[in-house]
Design a binder for this molecule. Sequence first.
Ligand code: ADP
Length: 309
Amino acid sequence: MITTVTLNTSVDRRYILKDICKDEIFRCEDYSYTPGGKGINVSRVLNQLNVKLTCLGFVGGFSGGFIEEQLKLLKIDTNFTKINGETRTCIGIIFEDGSQSEILEKGPEISKKEIDDFIEKYKAALEKSKIITISGSIPKGVSSDIYRHLIELANKMDVKVILDTSGYSLIDGIKASPYLIKPNKDELEAITKIKINSNNDIIRACKDLMNMGAKNIAVSLGKDGMIFFGNEGKFKVRIPKIKVLNTVGSGDSTVAGFALGLLKKSDIEDILKLANACGISNAMEKETGKINVSIVKDLIDSIEVFDIS
Ligand code: ADP
């Protein structure tokens, strides 16, 4: 089984508008509400890939109830920790010219008791899981080193962790040697302070991350595919050109592909093809955290993996 961890869940509200300005009322006919947070996207993609999974994290209030209800409708198993606060809402306003504005709530403060409840659920999940994915930011009230702690607990049980976060929580989490991290170019630059202009810069940055404790690093490069660096070898992934509709959630879809590949104990080349195919398929859909399984299968045949070690 795979367990996904999303500490900072959200309800993502998306409104499509022509324009917006002060002191006016805007009526909107094209809008949607979906459960959000990077790990929730990973969960949705795993579910489409027919993988048995459980979602862990914090949910509370009306928004938290909505997230649980929606995941239940998708037949996704959840074991969330209920909190007193209200789960945050993230509003995306998409204008007809393609530009976008976002309003992101800060989110609730998590109490000590709620964190302890979560850790108990996490320990129980480790007993049943082969792979854990940990995605996104850390909510208020939770110590910034929680990911390191979660990875250490998983390592003791020989459960592989994929960590997909940024900034301090990534730097700190790496210290516990997660099995795989998946920074994109910006995240890699931010944590290594190396300006990335070439594949050699990526390799140099990856070496630094290995020295910090990372075991395997998948640097996702949007339309330019991926560079993989780690114990399993060094590879460049070349991907086909596609018609892009929405790349939000492509990284999360990639994480889902990695999780399934690792669960199946596939060869690293096949894991890289599956992970990228999921990311590409998401980019071809309007909806975030959505793939088309038959397109994923077709894409796998058009992705090339080169050994660069
Ligand atoms: P993140 O969402 O974390 O920033 P990326 O944008 O690098 O991650 O996307 C993850 C993966 O999704 C890429 O490695 C690639 O396989 C696929 N992907 C993302 N954007 C595109 C795109 N514009 N065209 C084709 N594939 C894409």
